[in-house]
Design a protein around this ligand. Sequence first.
Ligand code: KET
Length: 448
Amino acid sequence: MHSGVASPADRRLSALIRHLEGASNAMDSDTITASPTSGFPGARNSVFEHVVRAPEDPILGVTVAYNKDSSPLKLNLGVGAYRTEEGKPLVLNVVRRAEQMLLNDSSRVKEYLPIVGLADFNKLSAKLILGADSPAIQENRVTTVQCLSGTGSLRVGGEFLARHYHQRTIYIPLPTWGNHPKVFTIAGLSVKTYRYYDPVTRGLNFQGLLEDLGSAPSGAIVLLHACAHNPTGVDPTPQQWEQIRQLIRSKALLPFFDSAYQGFASGNLDADAHSVRLFVADGGECFVAQSYAKNMGLYGERVGALSIVCKSADVASRVESQLKLVIRPMYSNPPIHGASIVATILKDRNMFQEWTIELKAMADRIINMRQQLFDALRSRGTPGDWSHIIKQIGMFTFTGLNSEQVAFITKEYHIYMTSDGRISMAGLSSRTVPHLADAIHAAVTRVV
Ligand code: KET
């Protein structure tokens, strides 16, 4: 083995010894010429020298830029997070009350939850989205696992499908929430899009949607926004939902609902679950990812659920056993606090009632902001038809502003939004509407 010529490993080792001796003798870092991969303390180059800077997230990066702006006028309409009329984050009273109850209960401990999460939370979450009288629940055909908010639920569902479903292609609407393609690609699915939004009518491209899903391969997965489509604010009508259902079932496509805004679209939890319940009522299978970030204001608690509606109780229980194998190596088991808050509220009739009132108030304030912004643009005579502001549903308005106009608004008016022209109506207040209307007016008249 000893050929007289030192191997690369030997050379690196002896260089390292020389450097260490040199460093201890002279403490002179200039004599250290470690290889870029040596990584020992004092090495000039990092072993990560080759790592290139990644761009900020298109949505969460807006908040990063906003935080750096020192203007007193600055306004963040980027991320979909509810703000009060005073522009402050809101913790619901009912959430505070539930937290106080949890705090006062000295029997509560901090043990690990099971891999699938808090049992009460899972049962109540399935009831919330599918309806208290859902036959699928009564027949034990639904398996629900607590996940890390909506994103985590989508990811666990995606990974389960990549492992156990015969079709790896998922169709997502164009456009959609920017994280969808990333979540599903990394879960191991292949992402394709179906037409959804028509920029000319600023409404649903229903024909395009039917054509694209109609030509999807049999069995393909279809991602649907349960309500309050993000970013467009455009939802199918109940009649259109029924046509979509028929098409999906006739082609044996697999519906995967993303329900991040239940209660935020109409202010009514049942009305906003209509699309999901329509699909479950026909006895077919489907996936639902739920988030409590927006509707309970539990953003940072990361509380959500994945429900898989199956054909039989036996299949559902086997599916659940496999979901555990997806979750255990990913994050072991979910956090206890947020799920306990949700379970406390959902299981108590009075607290549930109180929640629905607070939720309705949030939804109503957003609807009111739509009207105020629309009126403000009309009174300024801003060119264009802005009726989509009051027609669109949910947390966002898809303004139609282009990326240059958005950049102009951010630079000149310190108003932050995603570059696709989406604004979070929940970030707006009566005080800030005129500022935004001035900015939009200037952008559409000065930047084309
Ligand atoms: N689905 C949709 C459609 C969605 O808009 C969001 C969040 C999520 C899922 C995930 O939410 P979670 O916090 O994981 O429960 N959307 C807002 C925040 C974000 O981008 O993370 C947004 O669009 O601003």
